[in-house]
Design a protein around this ligand. Structure first.
Ligand code: TYM
Length: 337
């Protein structure tokens, strides 16, 4: 890992799927490679579905704050907002011109989202901008949840195609980045147990959500449907609460729940209370840090300013290469010879 890039959309509260599937790994990677771990609040992606212009600046700030609260330390890693480095859009356009429409139409996230929203051209181009995000920094590793794998595959394809057309075989311009997935939390389930946790499905546990509302949601969340009475034995393998225990509880508690649920030794409410303890142990320090940052907003805005400054340098170097490779007239030239 020489340089790592990943991003998150500022589309509302950050949930434990984002945290466990991505941000927690980002923090670990940051410990290893410092500044070359680059994380981005992707506001240009957020406008590919209808958005409230008045809310977006706050959402972008909040997303940065939540990431810092969750452990990203801008004194170690690099954190910035996508729109503060214009080269993302420039490279996105270059890649748009080189990407077959069919590649974009078969993206499953595009198909899902286009059922929920009107299809803006930007929604189709979304993965091209994502490829530009990653390749602008020539990142080799992209830590994400499972739902992003297809986009990273396309990024590799875009890099390969670009190198083939515009670079020599011995000196490719772009590396082919690899997705890095935390196997334990590749696809965190939603509270309804019906599919992955996702804001659009309203089945989330927010990282900054008050303890009380988290508990209310967990209290009423479905468990093993076959376990109707307290005396019925349950099957943890089909229960989303057990999936959460595996993410938040001690090994000892996981073992205990696994055994006792199966022989009706503990009821669902006891199991959920124990889970809540595990969740709160993880989230409480994050929320304390978030409260601190709310009182010190300059720490967030300063981080974004210096993050963007650092990234702009790298991005401009890449664009010089790209512009030359595809045959754009350099601004400083007098006349092409
Ligand atoms: P976004 O904002 O939807 O999600 C941010 C990260 O959280 C992960 N994630 C999950 N992981 C496990 N279980 C879940 N239920 C879950 N829900 C979300 C996502 O996989 C992601 O890693 N397209 C990206 C943003 C992006 C990006 C990039 C990512 C734009 N440019 C460049 C990497 C590199 C997205 O919508 O993430």
């Amino acid at each position: 890992m020489k340089r790592v890039f990943s991003g998150i959309q500022p589309t509302g509260e950050i949930h434990i799927g984002n945290y466990l599937g991505a941000i927690r790994n980002w923090v670990k990677i940051g410990e290893q490679i410092g500044k070359e771990a680059i994380f981005c609040i992707v506001d240009y992606h957020a406008i590919t579905i209808p958005h409230e212009a008045k809310q977006l600046p706050q959402l972008t700030f909040d997303a940065a704050l939540a990431n810092m609260a969750a452990g990203l330390d801008p004194n170690k890693i690099t954190l910035f907002a996508q729109s503060h480095v214009r080269e993302h859009v420039e490279l996105g356009w270059v890649f748009t011109t080189q990407t077959p429409l069919g590649d974009l139409e078969r993206m499953t996230q595009f198909k899902d989202k286009s059922e929920q929203h009107s299809i803006l051209a930007g929604l189709l181009m979304y993965p091209v901008l994502q490829a530009a995000d990653i390749l602008l920094y020539k990142a080799d590793t992209v830590p994400v949840g499972e739902d992003q794998i297809q986009h990273i595959e396309l990024t590799r394809e875009i890099a390969r195609r670009f190198n083939y057309r515009f670079a020599s075989e011995s000196q490719p311009i772009f590396p082919e980045p690899k997705a890095s997935i935390d196997k334990n939390a590749a696809r965190v389930l939603g509270l309804d147990g019906a599919g992955k946790m996702s804001k659009s499905k309203g089945n989330t546990i927010g990282v900054l959500e008050p303890q009380e509302t988290i508990w209310q949601n967990i209290r009423v969340a479905p468990t093993d449907p076959a376990r109707v009475r307290r005396t019925d034995p349950g099957n943890p393998d089909v229960c989303v609460m057990f999936a959460y225990h595996k993410l938040f509880s001690s090994l000892e508690n996981i073992e205990m729940v696994n055994t006792e649920c199966r022989r009706a030794g503990i009821g669902c409410v006891d199991c959920k209370k124990l889970l809540m303890q595990g969740i709160w142990q993880e989230l409480e320090p994050i929320q304390a840090k978030a409260a601190y940052l709310q009182d010190h907003p300059n720490e967030v805005t300063d981080a974004l300013v210096s993050g963007a400054d650092y990234c702009r340098g790298i991005a401009q170097d890449t664009m010089l290469e790209v512009r030359e490779a595809i045959g754009l007239l350099p601004l400083e030239s007098r006349r092409p010879s």
